[in-house]
Design a protein. Structure first.
Length: 122
């Protein structure tokens, strides 16, 4: 190999011309994918945290709610004083229910999209 051939190969590494068989990476598309992934992960984290952790989570409120519903206990026994700032054990129930509705809606939409994809593939 001559020095000229080596020099051309060396300079070719830094040229901006890409071959047709090389994949093209657009920085804007890559940034969009990364930011979208972070947003989706953050939304999923918020949804699950609100459903299972916020103010004790929804699972800790189901049993006492059923006990109140069948009149085995009263709301006052669970710390409910009738005001928005004194809800006792049921503190944060509205946020837990909103997270439950959003989670159920998301699961239903994903299930529907999956069924549609299965039908198309047949």
């Amino acid at each position: 190999m001559s020095a000229r051939t080596l020099w051309r190969r060396w300079v070719g590494l830094f040229e901006d011309v890409e071959g047709a068989d090389e994949p093209h990476y657009d920085p804007v598309h890559l940034a969009t994918v990364l930011i979208s992934c972070m947003v989706v992960i953050g939304a999923l984290y918020w949804l699950l945290w609100t459903l299972f952790v916020y103010e004790g989570g929804l699972p800790s409120k189901v049993g006492p709610f059923l006990a109140v519903l069948i009149r085995a206990k009263t709301l006052k026994e669970y710390g409910w004083l009738g005001t928005p700032d004194h809800q006792g054990l049921f503190e944060g129930w509205l946020a837990n229910l909103v997270a439950l509705v959003l989670c159920a809606t998301l699961i239903a939409l994903l299930f529907k999209a999956d069924r549609r994809a299965v039908r198309r593939s047949r």
